[in-house]
Design a protein around this ligand. Structure first.
Ligand code: HEM
Length: 212
């Protein structure tokens, strides 16, 4: 008799070629830039609009299993600057994951403000538009902030809509809802950009070992 439930350790035998199994995330794989994104951010004087330039990499990872659960995904890193500047304006790392068995899309994100989120949604494998969402306080798809942000910029939700425009372009629109201490109305911190391909993805290690 096994010590833990045997079916929770029963792993499938996945196709090693992640790039062929990304479902709706396929259009995000690669290296990207945007000439102009638009950030609406909070400042002491209220909302301010700021154009930005983004560079991003979305690279396939080896198939990930949680026992019987199979996830295909991309590891991403994006860095945003103001046009013509070097200094980091926004930086983010995480994974986009696709679970073919349930049609679930999950984004994990971490930003160096001491904040992480896990956002989730559903889509079909062929979808060219999809959305994921996280809510503060939810364990399945939530947001966790450090003590300073939690007290002064309480982040109640995060949502992103992705549109794949074609093989070499995709767009996103995201809304992060902030409750700034002492301000009655919630603040909608939004970011919008269209990314253009500057590089192809590198196949995941297991796919390369299997012949590319
Ligand atoms: C391209 C995407 C984004 C850009 C360019 C961006 C940029 C900014 C900027 C410039 C501020 C104003 C405060 C400052 O100057 O430091 C800000 C505030 C904030 N952002 Fe973002 N942000 C982005 C996405 C996100 C996301 C995805 C989250 C969380 C899910 C987030 C969470 C926050 C929070 C909590 C604040 C308030 C803290 C503060 O004002 O110092 N941001 N963001």
């Amino acid at each position: 008799m096994s010590e833990f439930p045997a079916h929770l350790f029963d792993e499938p035998d996945p196709d090693p070629h992640t790039l062929a199994n990304l479902g709706p995330l396929a259009g995000l794989a690669g290296v990207w830039t945007t000439e102009r994104g638009l950030d609406v951010k909070p400042t002491a004087d209220g909302a301010e609009r700021q154009a930005y330039v983004e560079r991003a990499e979305y690279q396939p990872i080896d198939p990930q299993m949680n026992g019987p659960q199979l996830l295909y995904g991309l590891r991403y890193h994006l860095r945003v600057v103001k046009p013509g500047e070097v200094e980091m304006y926004h930086e983010q790392v995480g994974f986009w994951l696709w679970e073919p068995a349930t049609g679930t899309v999950t984004q994990t994100l971490a930003i160096p403000r001491a904040q992480v989120a896990l956002a989730s949604g559903t889509a079909t494998a062929e979808a060219t538009r999809f959305a994921v969402r996280a809510e503060r306080g939810m364990t399945g798809a939530g947001i966790c902030s450090g003590a300073f942000l939690e007290e002064n910029f309480t982040t109640s939700s995060y949502a992103i809509e992705v549109t794949v425009n074609g093989p070499d372009s995709w767009s996103y629109h995201e809304t992060t809802t902030l409750h700034i201490k002492g301000v009655a109305e919630p603040f909608l911190h939004t970011d919008t950009a269209t990314l253009t391909r500057i590089g192809q993805p590198t196949p995941n290690p297991l796919a390369l070992a299997d012949g590319g």
